[in-house]
Ligand binder design. Sequence first.
Ligand SMILES: [Zn+2]
Length: 327
Amino acid sequence: LFGAANNIELTVMIRDPDPFKHMQAAVDIVGSSAHPTNKIAATLACTDGTTLSRTNSWPQIIAERLGMEIDIGNASGTVHAETACVLASNAKTEGASVFVTDPPCPNCLKNVAEAGIKALYIDHKGFDKDFARRRGEQFEAMSLRVAERAGIAVHVVYRKDQRLETILKILPGYQPVNELPLRLAAATDDFTDAIKSETQHFQNQPFALVRVQNDKGQIFDLSGSAHPTLGYSHTTLESPDGKYNFVLEPLNRVLMGAARQGLSIDPQYVYSSRVPTAREFINMVGKNLLQLRIGNLNAARDIFGPMALKQLTRAKIITVIEDGRNP
Ligand SMILES: [Zn+2]
């Protein structure tokens, strides 16, 4: 009998106050969101103990120069709260947890996945709001599927009862497929050399490249192509769902990948082989990266990227660095 008992893994339930504390930190600032109707906030808790909270928000420079009413290309000018947390983090987001007042949209889940975040907590009240109901289908159909593939556990937080309900459990040891990881290499003397070598590597695949620095001051070049979200491969890729799809664009990938590893991006060295999508532009501005080198100004995923580029350069928000040696 004792032998059998030894095989049973005993789990000691410790009442961890942190999830409630972190969710409360998000709830405390949600009212300060500039969004007139959909006020959302999130807290990011990194494994080194660092935490930060953000609301969904318009990057200040966009609010000032283009206003909050217009779309940039086909994207609203807002950076969603979860994504804003990742973009603002100086600490590594690998293994972090994120606490959101509302069920996240698929795009944010893709970002959170690429940032290496392993746990998502959603406030139960977020499921009762009007727009959450409207968005519920996307959450069920896409956000949760992305979370499952990427190995992100999902919990609902009942603050009043200090109770957690796990709605997506990830088995211990689960490793998501990472078919085409980002490339990190020692920085070349001349950034254009890095552009050339990555162009050769990626051939006709759209890619992005940024120069990054770690906390020891070492400099690297970080690059990546468009790719299905972490946990998906080209062969398991599911078909797009309305306005969302499972692919993460190159610039978004490197922005999230840099956060994942706690790397800061040098604003002078941001390269995209083609015109980024509108959403990539917004995230870039949200990260305060305002200079962009573009390989081929005539290439884009869709018509909205070039539209966004025109709006952002006319408003003097983004500067395109001309570089004759770009491919
Ligand atoms: Zn979102």
